[in-house]
Design a protein around this ligand. Sequence first.
Ligand SMILES: C[S@@+](CC[C@H](N)C(=O)[O-])C[C@H]1O[C@@H](n2cnc3c(N)ncnc32)[C@H](O)[C@@H]1O
Length: 181
Amino acid sequence: MSSKNFLYIGIGSQNINLKPKDFERTWAQDLMLKINDDWNIWACDPRYYSDKMLKAIENSNWIDHFLPLDICDEWSNVPLFDAWNCTSVLEHVKKEKANNFIVGLRSKVSYDSMGYIHIDLSDHNLTHESSIYYEKKDKYYRSYLNKITKDEWLNIIDKHFVYSRCKSTLDRVSLYDVKVK
Ligand SMILES: C[S@@+](CC[C@H](N)C(=O)[O-])C[C@H]1O[C@@H](n2cnc3c(N)ncnc32)[C@H](O)[C@@H]1O
């Protein structure tokens, strides 16, 4: 059994099980490499999940350990993560929590860790459930986009992390090989 730990931040409702179409996406490709290498796969999300969804998470084809927690919370009995992925989460974090989120993330990963950040800066289709923000354990979802710009995010992230590549278009930004500063 590998001693390496991977954290996927913000499962949402669409990714409880990996589906063939997911393998076109960076996060799923990266995850498969880790699974094949026998990493422990963790996922966190503070949103409300029905009992049915929690059961699905328990039986997920990729999640070994689920943390129903916010990245900003103090976590106990959880290892520091060697690799992590934060896809399409940051744009939904409450604006005033943006800095805390990055500080919280920094506190959960090891000094040698490597991560991936993807932020969708588009207007989204906010009638779609995957575009939601959930208050912690809030049963009712609400549409929320913080509208933080790419440059504002880079300023916040640069205080704690460095990255090898930033790929961006008008409506999305991806940071590769994100490491602790
Ligand atoms: C739009 S979904 C993205 C889901 C998935 N990562 C994807 O790419 O499809 C955003 C998810 O991030 C979760 N999230 C929001 N704030 C979070 C936080 N502070 N810590 C962990 N997860 C959070 C939300 O509850 C939601 O499930």
